[in-house]
Design a protein around this ligand. Sequence first.
Ligand code: FAD
Ligand code: N01
Length: 545
Amino acid sequence: AQPHSDASPADRPPEIAAFDVVVVGAGFGGLYMLHRLRGLGLSARVFEAADGVGGTWYWNRYPGARCDVESMQYSYSFSEELQQEWHWPERFSAQPDILRYANHVADRFDLRRDIRFETRVTSVAWDEAAERWTVETDRGDRITARFCIMATGCLSAARMPDIPGLDSFEGDTYHTGHWPHEGVDLAGRRVAVIGTGSSAIQAIPVIAEQAGHVTVFQRTPNFSIPSRNKPMDAEYENLWKSDYRARRLKARTMRNGILYHLNDKGAMEVSEEDRLREYEARWEGGGIAFMAAYNNLALDAEANRTAADFVREKIRSIVRDPAKAEALMPRDYPIGTKRICVDTDYFETFNRDNVSLVDLRKTPIEAIAPKGVRTTDGTVHEADAIVFATGFDAMTGALLKAGIRGRGGLALADKWEEGPRSYLGLMVAGFPNLFTITGPGSPSVLSNMMVSIEQHVDWIADCLAYLGATGVRTIEATQEAEDAWVAHGMEVANRTLYPRAASWYMGANIPGKPRVFMPYIGGVGVYREKCDEIAAKGYEGFRLS
Ligand code: FAD
Ligand code: N01
């Protein structure tokens, strides 16, 4: 764990002060935002609930946690020195290495002194008369600022399902997104893992190597592609570093901000033999580039089915027990419409003697019992520890928890009762001078988040510079611009297969959450052009006063 920063001793007194900007969150979004604000000569206070920087990579310390965008790309591009000097040890870095990087960035750019750690923002309220935000925290701080920037993360509000009897469990419980910093010794223990999303798929093979027995509780099977992770190859690293600037620029124009070969052909334009060869090559190459095998996999159900069939066939060939293989095959949503998973030996792990699978579609979880997990057939699957790999209240969870109130005291939670509404995922009508980094309505979680974070931070910083230079006090999305953006976002999403899955992109993992496709799926490159165009037109769709 990151030692407590000098800037936030555990017993520091509450701070009552005024700043130009408050930033909430010190993950990759908040850190780079602070750096840019410094460059603009603006005073800033950053609040972070954790006791260190890194956000996602601070909290998600479960066994096997790593990124699935290659590290040469899942890293900041804003500093040429940083990207030249930093060495990533693996193709896809593990959580400790990414956290080390976040700490290095915080030190290298001297960011910690403006961050108050172990401090959760509980209220963010617009003061009409003063035209300032008042930000309050759980430590009694009360800060006013002209601007407030929410860098609270899309996947930072971990979600525990509401299963009866949880308190009665005699063993230990863990959530992957709040993994204990000192680590967990699972050696020889009976471990129940609930969930089979990306986190579980990374964790299960590693846990299975340590544990006495692992019982996996699966509600929805997932498509997963092998990562083919390996130590960083010096030649490959050099190829990137000798051409970094150009490659980063190119990545920004790509559909999801990742530089890889996107086939410009449709899947049905080629013969079955060619198609299988292409899928096989992508499967062997590893990682999410599998979904770029053809240009219409997210659009055309028949094309999509060919990719899904290929992966199902792989599952069949890897998993020896035909019943287990059948249960592990996703069948009721198109591949890629729930976030594609990337693994190391996930399906292989079900060939181990110490791993069993409970298909919750046949026997749902009824309750947590003192000795384990009880399913509707009356079986108690005994466990010494339960790992909840049950995901997040994604995209809106952390924003709504921060207690944001705009003009006329309007709560963001009320405004978003039927789903998030924003202009560009950057601002919300009725909430002047409040920005969201990778907010709903922007490409965010459909992209290499580093690219999307840098784009939002740069856009916001340029906007603040413009407002300063032109003497504008407030900027606010107009209702018309917001409505048009929401309608456009839905229209683009409905052209794809994505809304067909009960995914967290749709809010479907949270009971009662509105079913709205939350990220913008028009593509990172197209989206950037739109944002730049809007800025170039004097912030079209925003009211400046
Ligand atoms: P976060 O890293 O989530 O940081 C937000 C911070 O805000 C947190 O530290 C949180 O404590 C703080 N915060 C929130 N609310 C408050 C409050 N009210 N008061 C004070 N502090 C608050 N993306 C990719 O592009 N590629 C990947 O391979 C990838 N892998 C991932 C693996 C995992 C396990 C997870 C969970 C996500 C992954 N992501 C990946 C997405 C990842 O979240 C982003 O890449 C990125 O790290 C987000 O940075 P951020 O700063 O926007 O948000
Ligand atoms: O969470 P998830 P995650 N009973 O929501 C199940 C990023 N990420 O933490 O699908 C039983 O995907 C739920 O079942 P179902 C990435 O963007 C990236 O794994 O709702 N089961 C599902 O199987 C990712 O998408 C990496 O039917 C319950 C699982 O729990 C996002 O973070 C690694 C349940 C939750 O899966 C979230 O991933 C990790 C219940 N009551 C995360 N409630 C990389 O590799 C939920 N489930 C880059």
